[in-house]
Design a protein around this ligand. Structure first.
Ligand SMILES: [Zn+2]
Length: 731
């Protein structure tokens, strides 16, 4: 899941970038345009700042990208936006929605455009030259956003509008924008006394060094602790792994040996396939000791300091603890709600582990030469053996039915049925692209033919493109200054085939393809007036995309699109049944290793940070939770970078499961409907309440409107093959 990074769907690349880098959403910025600012804009000649021209309301000039323009464009864009912000802050007229909030929503057009190109270089076309520029710009961007969030006069005007709106409410969408903008500023300490603000800034500075130290320590332990194998120690390992390990050893000057690097993918494969138990133990220990080796790169002290500083910072603003502060504008709202969900699933997860271990112990008893008891370093190895016995799934056979072109058509079909969208390829050359592999479709309404937006697909891996799959918008839907239509993109890393050869993908990759398309549909279906209303909510934004994955295995998609690339034969029912059955396999392990991390994340931030010893805390808390001894946390505290190398996922790791509860529950709304997954009435409610409003509606309220009630965990329990609790708690 972690590799499915998405932009949070806000108005600009800036927002997306900051949302990825840290969880604090940057306040949206805006201004009234002073004559000077307008004049300055007219004279902008940098192509990366220029207004988008051409068809479809203007499109990014991806054909005119020149890296030499990037730094000046970004610097100029920030300068222009700061001038706009100053004009808003210094306005002598009383603060109103129009002259403050709406003006902020308008500001920064040039910078937003520059950020789109910045994002392309960062994710799709990276080079060492770009990374040098990126490193130079990073502190400037951070300084730029502080200048806005710390602007005292600006905040006072926002506060005035907010307080007036509390007394005399504005139209619903304006009221929501004011609330989100005000909360964002207030959560960043804008309302503090000058003294408290000073301390606040000091804390943030200290924290940022600690975050860097934390992630550098993890990185150092990943790079420095490598397990080298000799040829006689390769038993059980797949050929592809052996080849990669040989190269990794050669790269490290150990020609003729084989390196198991200290990363998740390397560790995971080694533990799954290696027949050498003692080596499995060694590799396991090395991996799960990252940041916890009692040497110069040990992170325990950093964790203790980070927790203390976070606590001090939120106490300046009057919060009891960090978790309370962080969750206030999330769907979960309170740490208690998030904990209730996790505690409701936990007992079933650890009970399932017992069953999984018993299955594995049987296999071990019948195959191992010596008598062993399943240990953490045996879990993946014996789980794989059980999987083969129970499911007999041949992943290569599955791939023959998953051809990329067919899958793309399957997604278009789904979008047509649910959203009434039609996808038509645009003629080559009419819309500029940044690489010849990128293809573009126009999205229109199936009935009216009305233009909705464009969808860009950059499907193939290449040097300089980041790994994984993601979705990002180049432009989001707004109407407050004339209608702006959506430019959405999906990006993946399929291996480009030889000309004329089909692209065949795995079941997991096909799911991910649908997942990212779900994010794109969330962008494309937006119907909001203001940019801020396009912003994402961390425990909610993965829900829409996760839900879309469900259409891959619907009968209509299977029968029309999952066809053998040579024979055209539809994927056999027996194979589909096997895939569905395999979905609940090993859920004890997966849910437990995930939940243990999510629970520790939350508990660490609820505990009193004074005198807290992270190592002891982790050990004692897990013991009190009855953590199965055969499993370790997915991310142990000393290398939990989600939580300690920044604030992106601090007290937010639960969010994956929160979104998954909604996913399972919403999927059942379709299953229960007369038309199943293609029920027109449920689809209409889905679009109306859960996609189109983005953040214009409180997510919990929106969900209630869709479902007629709050989401229940029952469906999630069924999906994971867990028993449904009798008094299932609502969330
Ligand atoms: Zn996603």
């Amino acid at each position: 899941m972690a590799n499915k990074i998405i932009a949070t769907g806000t108005k600009s690349g800036l927002m997306a970038l900051l949302a990825l880098a840290s969880c604090t959403t940057t306040p949206t910025q805006q201004s009234q345009q002073t004559p000077t600012a307008v004049e300055q804009k007219k004279s902008e000649t940098n192509p990366l700042l220029a207004k988008w021209t051409g068809p479809y309301g203007g499109v990014p000039a991806f054909d005119k990208m020149n890296l030499a323009d990037l730094k000046p464009a970004m610097e100029r864009g920030m300068e222009l936006q700061l001038a706009e912000i100053e004009a808003i802050a210094n306005n002598t007229a009383p603060a109103t929605f129009e002259n403050t909030i709406e003006a902020m929503e308008k500001a920064g057009e040039e910078l937003n455009r520059a950020f789109v190109y910045y994002g392309i270089w960062g994710s799709n076309l990276s080079t060492p030259e770009f990374r040098t520029i990126q490193a130079e710009l990073a502190p400037k961007i951070s300084e730029f956003s502080s200048k806005i969030s710390q602007n005292e006069k600006l905040f006072q005007r926002i506060k005035t509008v907010y307080e007036n709106a509390q007394k005399n409410p504005l139209p619903a969408d304006q009221q929501r924008v004011v609330q989100l903008v005000y909360e964002n500023f207030a959560m960043e300490g804008a309302d503090l006394s000058p003294e408290a603000k000073k301390r606040y800034a000091e804390i943030n500075k200290e924290l940022s060094s600690l975050y860097t130290a934390f992630s550098n320590n993890v990185l150092a332990d990943e790079e420095n602790y490598v397990t080298y194998l000799t040829k006689d120690q390769l038993s059980g390992l797949p050929e592809s792994f052996v080849k990669a390990a040989a190269k990794a050893a050669t790269d490290r000057g150990k020609e003729g040996m084989y390196a198991v690097t200290n990363t998740r993918s390397s560790m995971d494969q080694f533990l799954t396939y290696s027949n050498e138990r003692a080596l499995r133990e060694k590799v396991w220990n090395t991996y799960y000791s990252r940041g916890d080796n009692g040497n110069a790169t040990d992170n325990n002290e950093n964790i203790a300091k980070i927790l203390k500083l976070r606590s001090e910072r939120v106490k300046l603003m009057g919060y009891k603890n960090y978790a309370e502060w962080r969750l206030q504008n999330r769907m979960a709202k309170t740490p208690e709600n998030a904990m209730a969900l996790m505690n409701a699933v936990w007992p079933a997860a650890i009970a399932r582990v017992k069953e999984e271990v018993a299955d594995m112990q049987k296999v071990a008893n019948s195959t191992s030469k010596t008598k062993i008891t399943i240990a953490p370093w045996d879990y993946r190895y014996y789980a794989e053996k059980v999987r083969k016995q129970k499911y007999d799934l041949n992943s290569d056979e599955v791939k023959q039915y998953l051809e990329l072109g067919n899958l793309t058509q399957a997604m278009f079909y789904t979008a047509g049925e649910l959203f009434n969208f039609k996808f038509t390829p645009v003629a080559e050359g009419t819309v500029p692209v940044f690489h010849e592999d990128v293809k573009v479709w126009e999205v229109t309404d199936k009935t009216t033919g009305q233009h909705i937006g464009l969808w860009y697909l950059d499907a193939f891996a290449r040097q300089g493109k980041r790994s994984g799959a993601w979705a990002s918008p180049y432009r989001s839907f707004t109407t407050f200054k004339g209608k702006e239509t959506v430019l959405a993109s999906n990006n993946s890393n399929f291996v480009k085939p030889a000309p004329g050869e089909p692209v065949l993908v795995s079941w997991d990759d096909a799911n991910t393809f649908f997942h990212e398309f779900g994010h794109a549909l969330h962008f494309l279906s937006a119907n909001v007036k203001y940019p801020t209303l396009n912003s994402g909510v961390r425990d909610y934004t993965e829900f829409q995309s996760q839900l879309l994955e469900r259409w891959l295995s619907t009968d209509k998609v299977i029968n029309q699109f999952l066809k053998h690339h040579k024979t055209g034969e539809v994927m056999p029912a027996a194979l589909v049944a096997k895939l569905k059955k395999a979905a609940t396999f090993n859920q004890g392990f997966e849910t437990t290793e995930y939940l243990a991390s999510a629970l520790i994340d939350m508990k660490l931030h609820l505990a009193d940070p004074n005198g807290l010893d992270p190592d002891k805390f982790e050990r004692e808390t897990l013991a009190a939770m009855n953590m199965p001894k055969e499993i370790v946390m997915r991310h142990r505290t000393p290398h939990f970078t989600h939580v300690f190398s920044g604030e992106g996922y601090a007290t937010a790791y639960y969010g994956y499961m929160w979104a998954d509860v909604l996913t399972s529950d919403a999927a059942e709304a379709f299953e229960e409907a007369p038309g199943g997954f293609y029920d027109k009435e449920v689809a209409a409610r889905l679009v109306k309440y859960l996609f189109a409003p983005r953040n214009a509606m409180n997510p919990a309220e929106a969900y209630r409107k869709f479902r007629g009630r709050d989401a229940k965990i029952d469906a999630l329990m069924r999906d994971r093959g867990f028993p449904v609790p009798v008094n299932s708690s609502k969330k």
